[in-house]
Design a protein around this ligand. Structure first.
Ligand code: BG6
Length: 502
């Protein structure tokens, strides 16, 4: 949230160095930072994994990932060979304590080479069940006691439920200081998500009406077209509520719901966002059916292609009751939001890949206009498209040209693509730069993660206690199950799928 500076010398160890996240996201992000001159003058990246690679093979492997997944295609102007000199591979068994000495040795060696002590960053891009074991073996290394320079980055999911998240927090806190722990939620690194703060607090226009007196309800949709994508093993332990709602969606909700921060200090922003979670109404287990709907996709057709149902995906139980869609109605019980529903939904294999927040304002009185003029009257609406379109649009009524007083809604649009020429950094670029700089504003503090689990636990528990009878209950290429429509229709609302221009 602060302006970036070029970070001091940094040494990054990536556990899961031969894994998918590094391949698709981390190494493209680090390379983009290098192209844009944001990497420190002195840096090294050490991928750690069990697979065997020579340094050269490892670099060639990462380059393939970059060519496939980076936002820059073929613009690297020979920079790759310079960058790759800073990349090495360390084959080690993360379960073997003795192997961790190799890490300590590399740190010593680099310290000598740089002529200064670098930031030492441990990035745990590994399956969640491996996190405690690795943290426990890193902790005793001398370098980890350096609360200023040594940092540990933990990917989501952070815990499996409230209890395991609390346990993981206590474990990490015996090894590291809270300020050394960077719990990632990559949604917070997205440009458009950070822009919510600018929109709300850098303008005089919105804040005075950003409350229950003017806002009817808020919707957050994060829909995806992909299915389990070969991640069945992980997803079977997770489901949509854990995978998307507990973290990404609740964080978006916090950005919309938070009070104005008095500074951009990391703890100030995090205090303000965690307040939202604390104010969220706890849904009782008996009420879950009225507040939440779940779904699972069947086999079917997606843009002309036959796709398997969730239960037919690899590593998925053929009777699986795991939800691939979740919709929830939340309330924030405070002065600003009392009585304003926040409807959220997310799902795999849905009609569009899009993340959109809609703030629906209350109706303006329209009695002065003749009824026929007001036929197409719509309430004001602010739509914040997070992805793939990045825009903000404000809907208001306009008079149609002509001799009659006829009204219809039009949009005022701010579109990133038209307004700025600069290309947008990926979320992981912003977040990795933040870690190297030591800025934790966009990372989850222990209490935030736990507060978010507290919000979803009753739903999770009620769903686990009552297996769904109708799964699979939605077709691919749809907007999810009927229950989700019913959830919102009860208050006379309906889901807003995509802005009018799509
Ligand atoms: C991840 C989830 O955190 O976010 C995935 O584990 C999901 O299941 C992904 O596909 C979505 O991220 P994005 O940035 O593509 O919206």
């Amino acid at each position: 949230m602060q302006n970036h500076k070029r970070p001091p010398a940094s040494l990054l160890f990536i556990f899961g160095g031969s894994g998918d996240l590094n391949y698709r996201k981390l190494s493209p992000a680090l390379f983009n930072l290098f192209i844009d001159d944001w990497m420190p003058e002195k840096f090294d990246i050490v991928g750690i994994g069990r697979t065997e690679y020579s340094n050269d093979n490892y670099r060639a492997h990462l380059l393939k990932g970059i060519q496939q997944f980076s936002r820059r295609k073929g613009e690297e102007n020979g920079k790759w060979s310079k960058f790759s000199e800073h990349v090495a591979y360390l084959q080690m068994d993360a379960g073997n304590e003795a192997d961790y000495q190799k890490i300590a040795d590399i740190v010593k060696e680099k310290e000598k080479e740089y002529g200064e002590h670098p930031n030492v960053i441990f990035y745990l891009a590994v399956a969640p069940q491996l996190v405690p074991g690795i943290a426990q073996k890193l902790g005793p290394l001398n370098i980890c006691a350096d609360t200023k320079c040594t940092r540990i980055v933990v990917e989501k999911p952070f815990g499996h439920d409230l209890k395991s998240a609390q346990e993981l927090n206590s474990l990490l806190l015996t090894m590291f200081d809270e300020k050394q722990i960077y719990r990632i939620d990559h949604y917070l690194g997205k440009e458009t998500v950070q822009n919510i703060i600018a929109l709300r607090f850098a303008n005089a226009l919105f804040e005075p009406i950003w409350n229950r007196n003017y806002i009817d309800h808020v919707q957050i949709t994060a829909s995806e077209t992909v299915g389990a994508e070969g991640r069945g093993g992980y997803y079977e332990q997770s489901g949509a509520l854990r995978d998307m709602v507990q973290n990404h969606i609740l964080q978006l909700l916090c950005m919309i719901g938070m009070e104005a921060p008095v500074s951009f200090d990391a703890n100030e922003i995090r205090n303000k966002t965690v307040d939202v979670l604390h104010a969220m109404r706890k849904i009782t287990k008996d009420d879950v059916k009225d507040f939440a709907a779940r779904g699972q996709y069947s086999s079917g057709w997606m843009k002309g292609e036959k796709v398997p149902g969730y239960r037919e995906e690899s590593s998925v139980d053929q009777h699986s009751n795991v939800e691939t869609f979740a919709a929830v109605k939340f309330y924030i019980d405070n002065w600003r939001w009392q009585g304003v529903p926040f409807y959220v939904r997310t799902g795999k294999r849905m009609k569009e890949k899009s993340t959109i927040i809609t703030v629906q304002f209350k109706k303006a009185p329209n009695y002065a206009f003749p009824p026929e003029a007001a036929e197409t009257w719509r309430s004001n609406r602010l739509t914040i498209s997070i992805q793939p379109e990045m825009d903000i649009r404000l809907r208001f009524q306009a008079k149609r040209p002509g001799q009659e007083m006829s009204l219809n809604p039009v949009d005022m649009i701010f579109n990133y693509k038209d307004a700025y020429e600069e290309s947008q950094p990926e979320a992981y670029e912003t977040l990795l730069l933040d870690v190297m700089e030591g800025n934790a504003t966009l990372f989850m503090r222990a209490d935030q993660v736990e507060a978010a689990w507290k919000v979803i636990m009753p739903i999770q528990e009620a769903w686990e206690a009552r297996p769904p009878l109708d799964f699979p209950n939605y077709a691919p290429d749809s907007w999810g199950p009927e229950d989700a429509e019913a959830l919102i229709a009860r208050e006379g609302h309906n889901w807003i799928s995509v802005p009018a221009h799509h």
